[in-house]
Design a protein around this ligand. Structure first.
Ligand code: ATP
Ligand code: MG
Length: 748
């Protein structure tokens, strides 16, 4: 047999070798759908059915794309993979297309558009509300933002929406209109536009569509159940000539309805592509029998679904452990204690077999788990937290670069026009904004007009003209200089570094180090021969999940980010009514089914051991309230569960013969876990004097600026020391956070 087909079962093999025509692989969690995609790409290359550049594979995150590419590389000999294999997200793919062809529309569209990320979009919506005199309390910006996004995805424009006497609808339409006008003036596209315009482009210009149809002989799409209508349309447009399209997915794992994902795309695939062949995979390779049985039992409570069988030949495994903790802090403490115990028992195993994940419904739940990890000295990685590219200094520096490429980028302009402070006050900015909106031009153009008219007062005039000449000076560098030099010039000439130096705090020092890390990233982009444009595109497109550190032994993340991943040990926390399922589910049966799919996704991430935890009381908006157990707990087969009373958990802790619950190393500045196993007294609240001072050298003597070596990441530099944690910048790998006492570090 062909070696590529080894390690595949007969159905998977069929899915890999059925290369021509539309193919739907529909199967439950852990059945090897993603594996099929990877092996199929490898097979196409290996058999010479396609050159790398003739294949387009679409995944859900940039990180998943990178991993897939690597796996294909491992499977295919180098001679068969010369050329660029395009594995990307829908958004990244659209950016490529639009950068080549957007100017075909003419008018205001140019190829050097700026991408507004979610954060920029939020700011813009707020600015529009303010400009229209609409009250943020009455019309929450987030609500307006999602209403605008929904309208765009339905194909609506401000002109197609009927006028309404309902104040909310009226506010949405008015904000939508101004929002679109501001985007156009700024030559900016938001995330929705990236998809919508690509679809429109391929529809309007058949020659462009033909080019892509000719180029991509094979299309492969993972997680097809979460595609939305524009993505569906895009796939249709790319498969007009040939239909060598393979989509894989699981309708029971459709969890992105809030981003307009439409489960019908997968359910109706055979209708959309009448020639389609369908293959189902019925064997799960990931989980124990117990975990799979629980997952199957839960999802059966959904009505709107097709029943499919999923069995495993894996071991029965341990029962699922359910624990009710008295409150959310105790819950987090318990979870972290169990992870330490579980991992200790498996110290002799390869690291991959000891990884653990804590999954929760909402991002806000992460804090207590972070704190518990820190107290117990357990290193962890938080996914979707405050990522490198979201830090203020990084966004500021990038905003300068954005403005250099596109002076009409209002979001960038607003961000840095007075950062560092250069005496451009609120009054001047108000004049600017008013002028920009009256004349329908960007802030930059309005500035030029105001300066030319000479109508501004003395101080404002000096301040604005010095900003303009700063930007012009930098602009002159864009053509000739490397990215690293350009960025260096930006932070220096703008006065940003001076500002940080003047602040003189350790926090400012760590921000400076972050900027240096960004310059390192720019230097690496230079080495790869990347353009400024490509560098900025990447920064705009990195999704939260893309920052997942592969080697982490403990990962904290939301269930949404855990899609497609697997871990030997999984905790699902906060199994309480109104939290999981979310409160919305109480009034909307469709929402409840979506929440149940989310629970199914969570359960099926576990390979060996699953824990479900609940807090009896939880703080909501600062007030602690009793909770009800999640209805999902009742939907699990009782004989798959081991329910422990809290007292029992405590007793087990106390009687652990070898002090297994003793943490690996003592937390900093806090009461040690007692030897008798009883929980430590309530710890000091954050901000109390029990905590070490931010950025003070920690007890092991690590301080900002130290060079250290880490077992996995190599040599790096400490950029922040706070709360018993170290942030270390590893060139090319970004900034990672470690718990000081547990991090395997050597000072150099
Ligand atoms: P999800 O629905 O969660 O995305 P999936 O269907 O994409 O899951 P994979 O992630 O491809 O499933 O596979 C699940 C696990 O099973 C992986 O660890 C994979 O390596 C393993 N696996 C898949 N097929 C086989 C096989 N034929 N033999 C051995 N292991 C397999
Ligand atoms: Mg998968």
């Amino acid at each position: 047999m062909h070696p590529l087909l080894d390690g595949l079962n007969p159905e998977q093999r069929l899915a890999v070798t059925t290369t021509d025509g539309p193919l739907l692989v529909i199967a439950g969690a852990g059945s090897g759908k993603t594996r099929v995609i990877v092996h199929r790409m490898a097979y196409l290359l290996d058999q010479g059915l396609a050159r790398p550049e003739q294949i387009l594979a679409v995944t859900f995150t940039n990180k998943a794309a990178l991993e897939m590419k690597e796996r294909v590389h491992q499977l295919v000999p180098p001679t068969r993979r010369r050329g660029e294999l395009l594995v990307s997200t829908f958004h990244s793919f659209c950016v490529r297309v639009l950068r080549r062809h957007l100017d075909r529309f003419g008018g205001t569209y140019t190829r050097d558009f700026t991408i507004y990320d979610t954060d920029d979009q939020g700011r813009l919506v707020k600015a529009c509300l303010k400009e229209l005199g609409l009250d943020e309390k009455q019309f929450p910006p987030r609500m307006i933002q999602s209403a605008i996004s929904a309208a765009k995805n339905r194909g609506d424009t401000p002109d197609t929406l009927p006028p309404s006497s309902d104040p909310k609808r009226d506010a949405i339409v008015r904000t939508f209109r101004l929002y679109e006008a501001r985007l156009a003036a700024a030559n900016a596209l938001d995330f929705d536009d990236l998809l919508l315009l690509t679809v429109r482009l391929l529809r309007r210009f058949p020659d462009v569509a033909d080019d892509y149809n000719d180029r991509f002989r094979y299309l492969l799409i993972d997680e097809y159940q979460d595609t939305n209508p524009p993505q569906f349309n895009l796939v249709r447009l790319l498969t007009q000539r040939q239909q060598n399209l393979c989509v894989v997915g699981d309708p029971d794992q459709s969890i992105y309805k809030f981003r307009a994902a439409d489960i019908r795309n997968i359910l109706d695939f055979e209708r959309h592509y009448p020639q389609a062949k369908t293959i189902t995979l019925a064997r799960n390779y990931r989980s124990t029998k117990t975990i799979l049985r629980a997952a199957n039992a839960v999802i059966r409570h959904n009505r709107a679904r097709r029943e499919k069988s999923l069995t495993t030949q894996n071991a029965t495994g341990e029962p699922i452990r359910c624990v009710v903790a008295p409150d959310a802090e105790a819950e987090a403490d318990f979870v972290v204690g169990e992870i330490i115990r579980w991992q200790r028992q498996r110290e002799h195993l390869p690291e991959a077999d000891t990884r653990a994940a804590v999954l929760y419904r909402t991002n806000a739940q992460s804090r207590l788990f972070e704190e518990a990890c820190r107290r117990r000295g357990l290193p962890y990685v938080l996914v979707g937290g405050f990522s490198f590219y979201q830090r203020a200094e990084i966004k500021d520096a990038l905003a300068y670069l954005r403005l250099l490429l596109n002076p009409h980028d209002d979001a960038a302009f607003d961000r840095i026009v007075n950062v560092p402070a250069r005496g451009i006050g609120k009054a001047t900015l108000d004049i600017l904004t008013a002028r920009a909106s009256q004349t329908g031009v960007s802030r930059w153009t309005a500035t030029e007009h105001l300066l030319a008219e000479g109508s501004l007062g003395g101080r404002a005039l000096t301040a604005l003209s010095s900003f303009v000449s700063l930007m012009r000076g930098l602009q002159a560098m864009v053509e000739g200089a490397t990215l690293a030099d350009l960025l260096q010039a930006v932070v220096k000439r703008s006065g940003y570094l001076d500002m940080l130096a003047q602040e003189g705090t350790l926090e400012a020092e760590s921000r400076k180090q972050n900027l240096e890390e960004l310059i390192t990233a720019a230097a690496e982009a230079d080495e790869r021969g990347e353009s400024l444009r490509a560098f900025l595109d990447q920064a705009a497109l990195v999704a939260d999940t893309d920052l997942l550190v592969e080697q982490a032994r403990v990962t904290l993340m939301t269930i949404h980010s855990a899609k497609g991943l697997e871990f030997p040990l999984v905790f699902i926390a906060g199994l309480e009514e109104d939290l999981f399922p979310h409160a919305r589910a109480a009034v909307d049966p469709e929402e409840l089914e979506e929440e149940r799919r989310l629970f199914y996704v969570a359960v099926t991430r576990a390979k060996q051991q699953l824990y479900l935890t609940q807090a009896e009381r939880r703080r909501v908006y600062g007030e602690e309230k009793p909770t009800d157990p999640s209805r999902f707990l009742d939907e699990l087969p009782e004989d798959a569960l081991a329910i422990s009373a809290w007292a029992g958990v405590r007793a087990q802790t106390a009687s652990a013969p070898d002090g297994r619950f003793e943490p690996a190393s003592r937390p900093i500045g806090e009461t040690p876990w007692r030897r008798d196993g009883s929980p430590e007294p309530r710890r000091a609240r954050p901000g109390s004097s029990a905590r070490p001072m931010a950025d003070a050298p920690d007890r092991q003597g690590f301080k900002v600026g130290d060079r250290v070596e880490h077992a996995t990441f190599g040599v790096g530099q400490i950029v922040r020391v706070a709360d018993g944690k170290l942030d270390i910048a590893f060139p090319g790998k970004g900034i990672k956070r470690f718990v000081t006492e547990a991090a395997p570090l050597t000072k150099l």
